[in-house]
Design a protein around this ligand. Structure first.
Ligand SMILES: [Zn+2]
Length: 162
């Protein structure tokens, strides 16, 4: 194999690896991903569940009904060893009830607005003890201020799907 061909193949392999990395570190709301991360509060354990899951859900042990959604992030250049939980997400009992009824009946939730969703979506740091509505100052801070730079690569962390 001549040198030119070797270089070409090398470029193709890099391109494929790049595409794979993009897929794994795609945006959190990517439709392609079938699963999302959840976190069992009593077990303090991360697990994966179908994306259709809507927190709070059953969980995987300990107290029932304490499985919440986890936003997991990492440095794309470090791969899986850099992963950490940026924050946790769940919903008010009112929102959960409306959501489950909508799934059961096939009738969409009436009058759902972005402000209402933000008021009824709750976020918390994994070692925090207080849930904040996503619409509040504390909630906005948690959702928008989690990005760190990897000390090794200088790359900004991105959300990861399981
Ligand atoms: Zn890194």
């Amino acid at each position: 194999m001549d040198r030119k061909k070797t270089v070409q193949i090398g470029i193709i392999i890099l391109a494929v690896a790049g595409a794979a990395a993009f897929f794994v570190f795609g945006r959190g709301d990517s439709e392609a991903a079938k699963y999302q991360y959840f976190y069992d509060l009593s077990e303090k354990r991360l697990y994966r569940a179908p994306r259709a899951g809507f927190a709070p859900e059953a969980g995987v042990g300990g107290a029932p009904g304490d499985g919440v959604e986890a936003v997991v992030v990492g440095c794309p250049d470090c791969g899986t060893k850099s992963l950490r939980i940026a924050y946790l997400k769940t919903h008010t009992p009112e929102y959960k009830q409306k959501h489950d009824a909508a799934v059961r009946t096939g009738v969409p939730i009436e009058g759902l607005t972005r402000p209402w969703i933000a008021d009824h979506t709750l976020v918390r740091l994994v070692d925090g003890d207080k849930w904040y509505p996503a619409s509040s100052e504390g909630g906005t801070h948690i959702v928008s201020e989690w990005r760190r730079r990897c000390p090794t690569h200088g790359t900004t962390e991105k959300p990861v799907q399981p």
